[in-house]
Design a protein around this ligand. Structure first.
Ligand code: 2M8
Length: 459
């Protein structure tokens, strides 16, 4: 067990060691490039120790933004090797005129947590005050049009007309890659005979391959990249021909929460038309999440857009309404009690009272495999952040305390076995270190709370 200060120092060293100077690798060997939503969480952690580096993290990410506004899920580091599929497989600039030429990127996106990071960074800067605040405000003003273009891309290209949910064309876009929430839609993805031959690189970086997706799943992941290329990475064509199309309640909930914060920033920058537009996106996204709550379980359900059927597997994504915010108090209380109840964080077999990525009561729960059961500290940070935002400070504090106990083994693993607490996946995972830093340094002294408005960016 490690003391708080030592733990914070170790987390800061991990972020420094995983930094190339421009980007923070998502993990030292398993993920040697910059991932979009990882970068946002990493920036939140970096802000606690090095505001300039936090700002740079997001600047480097947005350097890979596409002309249509999409922030790609990976920005590749040209100096890194060892991750597959890489730029040679994605071939974005060859297949789409919208793609970034340099840096090379992937052709799909990640959950839009970036405005949450910017708000958090501004709050830390406001607490620091002085020159640091001035610089950070100027930075936010410059980043704002890029964030707006990203949100407009999502509203324009990804909002599904019938459900209002954000449409994903690849499970990777959810960030919860092999979650059982996608088992049914993936079962309908038929891999074509022209799937290019490949060698997986990921399995070599974990202690046991059972902690990673199966080869059958990887065939489908790779096949969907081929499909996206054939569609020129165009959402309109993918809607016509894509064999994986889902409405993701979690992605949509994150979009709702992020729009609230971007609208706040737009207000500070005195852009009333943008405020109205962003509030509208937030309202539509939130309504779409609330319309997809399963009455029996109270959990939100994704939709397989190719069949219209709801996907009711009990995964952590079901708590999307808590992240979206704006729930009537009594409904929020019910969902919080589900979260802390015996099917989730209150399950008697758990090592720590933290929600696993799939309910231990689900028949498809797998405690060792990636997004099919392990506990993800980064996800629990997001849940705790949302709960705190909505006044549920007690549960948020429980998630923080349980997570810090879990992380006190000092491995900063990608995910953990819910029953034994054993570290799984990559070690020294950047976003795990980042959320630990925020929990330890920001929340400990309440710095981020001092300036709830996130500081006024320079206009
Ligand atoms: C995992 O996903 C990548 C593909 O994007 C992979 O397995 O190769 C996911 O956990 C994802 O959410 C995360 O952003 C990424 C990097 O940490 O790894």
């Amino acid at each position: 067990m490690t003391g708080s200060l030592t733990l914070a120092a170790r987390a800061a060293y991990i972020l420094r060691d995983n930094s190339t100077g421009l980007i923070t690798k998502a993990a030292p060997t398993l993920y040697p490039h910059q991932w979009s939503w990882d970068a946002a969480f990493n920036a939140i952690g970096l802000a606690t120790v090095d505001l300039p580096r936090a700002r740079l993290e997001l600047d480097s990410l947005f350097a890979g933004q596409w002309r249509n506004g999409m922030v790609p899920h990976i920005v590749f580091d040209p100096a890194a090797d060892g991750y597959w599929p890489g730029p040679a497989e994605w071939e974005c600039a060859r297949f789409s005129e919208e793609a970034s030429m340099l840096p090379a990127t992937s052709g799909i996106c990640d959950p839009p947590v970036h405005a949450i990071a910017v708000d958090r960074i501004l709050a830390v800067a406001a607490a620091a005050g002085g020159r640091e605040l001035e610089v950070t405000q100027g930075w936010a003003r410059h980043l704002y049009p890029k964030l707006l273009a990203w949100h407009r891309f999502l509203a324009r290209d990804r909002a599904d007309k019938s459900t209002g949910l954000m449409t994903l064309f690849h499970g990777w876009e959810s960030g919860t890659d092999n979650s059982p929430r996608w088992d049914v839609p993936y079962a309908n993805v038929v891999v074509g005979p022209d799937l290019p031959a490949y060698v997986r690189r990921d399995k070599a970086h974990v202690a046991d391959a059972c902690q990673r997706p199966t080869d059958g799943e990887y065939d489908r992941y790779r096949w969907l990249v081929e499909e996206a290329k054939q569609a020129g990475y165009d959402a309109g064509l993918l809607r016509e021909f894509g064999s994986f199309q889902v409405g993701d309640v979690l992605f949509t909930a994150i979009f709702a929460a992020a729009n609230d914060l971007l609208a706040k920033l737009a207000g500070q920058l005195r852009k009333p038309d943008d405020v109205a537009e962003l509030r509208d996106y937030a309202a539509q996204a939130r309504a779409a999440v609330f319309c997809h709550v399963d009455e029996a379980s109270g959990l939100a359900a994704d939709v397989d857009l190719r069949t219209g059927s709801w996907l009711r597997t009990e995964t952590i994504a079901g708590f999307a309404p808590l992240i979206a915010g704006g729930m009537p108090g009594y409904l929020r209380e019910q969902l919080v009690s589900t979260l802390t109840g015996p099917r989730w964080a209150g399950h008697p077999g758990l090592r720590f009272a933290l929600p696993p990525s799939t309910s231990p009561c689900s028949p498809v729960f797998n405690p060792e495999c990636y997004w099919r059961g392990p506990v993800w500290p980064v996800f629990n940070w997001l849940l705790a952040w949302a709960l705190r935002r909505d006044g549920e400070a007690g549960v948020a504090a429980q998630l923080r305390a349980g997570s810090l106990e879990q992380l006190s083994d000092g491995t900063f693993a990608e995910y953990y076995h819910p029953m034994t607490g054993a570290p799984l996946g990559s070690r020294d995972q950047s976003w795990t270190a980042a959320v630990a830093l925020d929990w330890l340094l920001n929340e400990a002294d309440g710095r981020a709370d001092q300036v709830a408005s996130g500081g006024q960016p320079a206009t």
